[in-house]
Design a protein around this ligand. Structure first.
Ligand code: NAD
Ligand code: ZN
Length: 230
């Protein structure tokens, strides 16, 4: 099992939330990616999302994403749970990917049940074609519930996996940050790959302090050497 966070996409040029570029026009992501932020100033929130969509649209998967595609092709049962909303695991070619926090190119109506893909990048807040009310990004905001089906999948994979890679997540957002503990309680071996310490570091059986795009390709090469697959 693999759990990824914004750090896996950092080298694709997409800023993380908690890194040095995490602030946007002096706003914290928690103020913007929240129902209260949207209620307060939906135009500002859409401006931020359109800026992020523009950055993400221009971004390409990096070696970390591609190494995870390789890993999946070698492992019989492989589950990738991502907190990222940038679509890059799919773009790289990963198959069994579950997006815990949704996808930044999906929208939903704030009033009726309308949902759609939406790739537009403009500074206007888009309106629902069915009822005329405001659309919002169909992503999970701070304080909101996760999609129950995706959560169940992640919990099931956590409870049954033998090896768990925690990659590029600050492990501050729950319940994602609790998946490794579920796995560890079931005897799973935890490997953390991150440029910095996180609250999960003390639980990890192996800590790799470095960039995901540098270390993940080395791990797949090592796996091939050990198993004689190269
Ligand atoms: P975060 O910003 O809180 O933490 C990023 C983590 O990645 C940090 O621990 C940092 O030390 C680590 N990191 C930075 N560069 C790295 C690298 N090259 N290799 C390995 N690790 C590296 O991100 P989070 O934990 O994912 O939580 C933030 C929330 O924000 C998520 O829920 C997600 O939905 C959203 N988010 C998504 C994206 C995206 O889709 N790319 C970007 C920013 C935020
Ligand atoms: Zn509507």
């Amino acid at each position: 099992m693999v759990l990824t966070g914004a750090g896996v996409s950092a080298e694709s040029g997409i800023p993380t939330f908690r890194g040095p570029d995490g602030l946007w026009k002096n706003h914290k992501p928690e103020e913007l990616a929240s129902p209260s932020g949207f209620a307060k100033d939906s135009a500002l929130v859409w401006e931020w999302y359109n800026w992020r969509r523009d950055v993400i649209r221009k971004a390409k998967p990096n070696l970390a994403h591609y190494a995870l595609v390789d890993m999946e092709s070698r492992i019989e049962e492989f589950t990738l749970i991502t907190q990222n909303v940038d679509n890059l695991h799919f773009e790289a070619g990963s198959q069994n990917v579950h997006e815990l926090h949704g996808n930044i190119f999906n929208v939903k109506c704030t009033s009726c049940g309308f949902k759609a893909d939406n790739y537009a990048v403009s500074n206007n807040a888009p309106k629902c074609p069915d009822c005329g009310n405001l659309l919002r990004p169909d992503v999970v905001w701070f304080g909101e519930e996760l999609n129950p089906a995706v959560l169940a999948k992640a919990q099931e994979a956590s409870a049954t996996c033998e090896l768990f890679f925690i990659i590029g997540t600050s492990a501050l957002v729950h319940p994602a940050a609790s998946f490794p503990s579920i796995a560890k309680a079931n005897g799973c071996f935890l490997v953390e790959i991150n440029t910095e310490d996180t609250p999960l570091t003390p639980q990890a059986n192996e800590v790799i302090r470095g960039k995901a795009s540098e270390w993940l390709p080395k791990i797949t090469i090592l796996y091939d050497k050990i198993t004689g697959k190269s």
